[in-house]
Design a protein around this ligand. Structure first.
Ligand code: AMP
Length: 143
């Protein structure tokens, strides 16, 4: 299984924000869309950062509620680790586990074409295991 398999099921839309967007606006996006991270893009749509719920909690913990009025550029992670559509899911899990983050933007020809969360990976893994179990059960019943 690779990233394309997961993107086919979940779709390719990615919630993005500009660096100057306030932390409050980004928090509202996360809440409205029930997601854990937003990719921050520059003028050409190029990825310039990622901001997750963890960064928002840290910002409020450090600076209090005043942080919500500040631009997301002050709190985002700039060194974004991304994958391609052909990255195997095992490799994706290893990168996320080693890097201690749960979101990976997918890049194709310098364009943002999707995002995979650890939840998406787990969901697909469970679906695969369920399929295997049902095939085995069927095999045993008819074999
Ligand atoms: P998360 O586990 O995704 O909530 O993120 C935990 C921390 O890692 C936060 O500081 C994020 O900004 C950062 N982060 C999330 N995804 C990535 C990524 N793909 N590359 C680099 N940092 C990331």
């Amino acid at each position: 299984m690779n990233v394309t398999t997961i993107l086919k099921a979940k779709g390719r839309s990615v919630t993005t924000a500009r660096p100057e967007t306030s932390l409050l606006d980004v928090s509202q996006k996360l809440a409205a869309k029930r997601i854990g991270a937003v990719v921050v893009v520059g003028d050409n749509g190029d990825v310039v950062g990622i901001i997750s719920e963890r960064d928002i909690i840290r910002a409020i913990g450090d600076r209090g509620a005043a942080a919500l009025a500040a631009p997301v550029a002050e709190f985002m992670t700039r060194n974004v680790v991304s994958c391609t559509e052909f990255t195997p899911v095992d490799e994706l899990m290893e990168t996320m586990t080693n890097g201690r983050f749960r979101h990976m933007p997918v890049i194709a020809e310098n364009a943002l074409v999707g995002i995979i969360s650890i939840g998406d990976v787990v969901h697909h893994h469970v679906a695969e295991v369920e399929l295997e179990v049902s095939v085995m059960k069927n095999y045993l019943a008819t074999g």
